[in-house]
Design a protein around this ligand. Structure first.
Ligand SMILES: [Cu+2]
Length: 443
């Protein structure tokens, strides 16, 4: 049993017994998270930092919000502020979020807990924080003007909440939502059941979906965008910066998806598996009402929990199935060139623009592999190296890596298919033996 396996096991024990307040104090208040610990230097070791020793959650590219226990209350401190955030190497934005992170650090509690959350506003305008899906007193609901006065810049407000039920919830700004959400002031809020039922979850992933409008060469997300979002992220990262989801074969896996993007719902598709929707932020779905799916739609303002048992080893793509949501900074104001004969036009244009070459006449797949100059601070159309060539995916794309043997949950590298299990070009003999005739390509 390796160290992380042991820690996951011990956390299950903690969850099953009454949590002693003092046992959590020192573990949760660590240097892991202070508001000036920004996540612009994420490396593959972030998965280690993401999870506190007593938490069963796995937060790719993210981390927990630490707390201290005062009396019988869990006390958290959120700081709404502006900071630099790296979406992927080459693209850093000026974001608004919490404690230097977007999405903000994950708040974790247990059903029945009394929780106090201080929110300090370091933004240049007022804010207020809403606890999305949680049952709270009306005056603690965080809607500026309706449930409370706005938190002015420099002020710190206090929210007292009781964890009335377990589930996957979220938190977000509820003042100038259009701007503050577009710039990233969102986060996940997980409440564990006091008495867990059902099979034990071995890998409990938290993934927040978000969309951004970031014009190439700029750093400030466009808060006025309504339709043309061009950067799509899991936990604030666009592929290839999304950390792989590493699982040992046979483990039970839960994905907790949350969507507080401005406008779009995301159909998240997983290859190689079917999963069951087990809960939304409205509550658990009884086992008799569950059914299998390979894609789960995560609407704006909702969470979705799905579960599976990782029976099949391999590298399995998990991504939004909206094709433009797996692109990085795709521009849409260009004519389609597919099928166009540009020979004469290219020759004419090249007289004034040396080296000019039209692109996209045979499709656009190869364009992502070209090393074209880009505006500074942009990740347009770049592909990532894969084990069998460039992977021309970006945005809301990640990889579930299921392995037979794992020494740790660090990235195990690419899957090596056993002999005879890798697609390849068919031979002439094979085609003939199976009666496949290839007619000449039509002109
Ligand atoms: Cu999508």
């Amino acid at each position: 049993m390796d160290r992380r396996r042991f820690l996951v096991g011990s956390s299950a024990l903690v969850g099953a017994t009454a949590v002693s307040p003092t046992s959590l104090t020192t573990e949760h208040v660590s240097a892991q998270d202070t508001h000036d610990t920004h996540d612009t230097h994420d490396t593959h070791d972030a998965a280690q930092r993401a999870t506190s020793p007593s938490s069963p959650l796995v937060i790719p590219n993210g981390r927990l919000l630490p707390h201290r226990v005062v009396g019988d209350v869990k006390v958290f401190h959120l700081v709404a502020e502006e900071f630099d955030h790296e979406i992927a190497p080459g693209l850093t934005i000026r974001a608004w979020g919490f404690n230097g992170a977007t999405p903000g650090p994950v708040i974790e509690a247990t059903e029945g807990d009394r929780v106090r959350i201080y929110v300090t506003n370091r933004l240049p305008e007022p804010t207020a924080t809403h606890w999305h899906g949680l049952f709270v007193p009306s005056g603690m609901d965080g809607v500026s003007g309706l449930s409370q006065p706005p938190i002015q810049p420099g002020q710190t407000f206090r929210y007292d909440l009781e964890m009335r039920r377990a589930g996957t919830f979220m938190y977000h700004s509820h003042y100038d939502e259009m701007t503050q959400i577009a710039l990233g002031a969102v986060g996940m809020f997980i409440v564990h059941p006091r008495r867990p039922s059902g099979p034990r979850i071995d890998r409990d992933f938290v993934l927040m979906l978000h969309e951004w409008s970031i014009h190439p060469g700029t750093r400030r997300p466009d808060a006025l965008a309504m339709n043309d979002f061009n950067v799509l992220t899991f936990n604030g990262k666009a592929y290839p910066a999304t950390q792989p989801l590493v699982v040992r074969r046979g483990e039970r896996v839960r994905f907790r998806f949350g969507n507080l993007g401005p406008m779009d719902h995301h159909p998240i598709h997983l290859h190689g598996y079917a999963f069951e929707l087990t809960a939304t932020d409205g509550g658990p779905i009884p086992p008799s009402a569950r059914f299998k799916e390979t894609t789960v739609l995560v609407p704006v303002g909702s969470t979705r929990d799905v579960e599976l048992v990782a029976t099949d080893v391999g590298d399995w793509a998990m991504h939004c199935h909206m094709t433009h949501h797996v692109m990085n900074q795709m521009g849409h104001e260009v004519p389609t060139m597919i099928g166009a004969d540009t020979t004469r036009a290219d020759a004419i244009i090249a007289r004034t623009v040396p080296g000019y070459m039209s692109m996209g006449q045979t499709g656009m797949g190869s364009m992502s592999a070209m090393d074209m100059p880009l505006p500074t601070n942009s990740i347009s159309m770049r592909s990532a190296p894969g084990p069998h060539g460039p992977i021309d995916m970006g945005g809301m794309f990640t990889v579930l890596k299921v392995r037979e043997d794992l020494a740790s949950y660090d990235d195990p590298g690419w899957y090596q298919p056993p002999p005879g299990t890798l697609a390849r070009e068919a031979t002439t003999d094979e085609l003939a033996a199976d009666g496949i005739e290839i007619s000449p390509a039509p002109r």
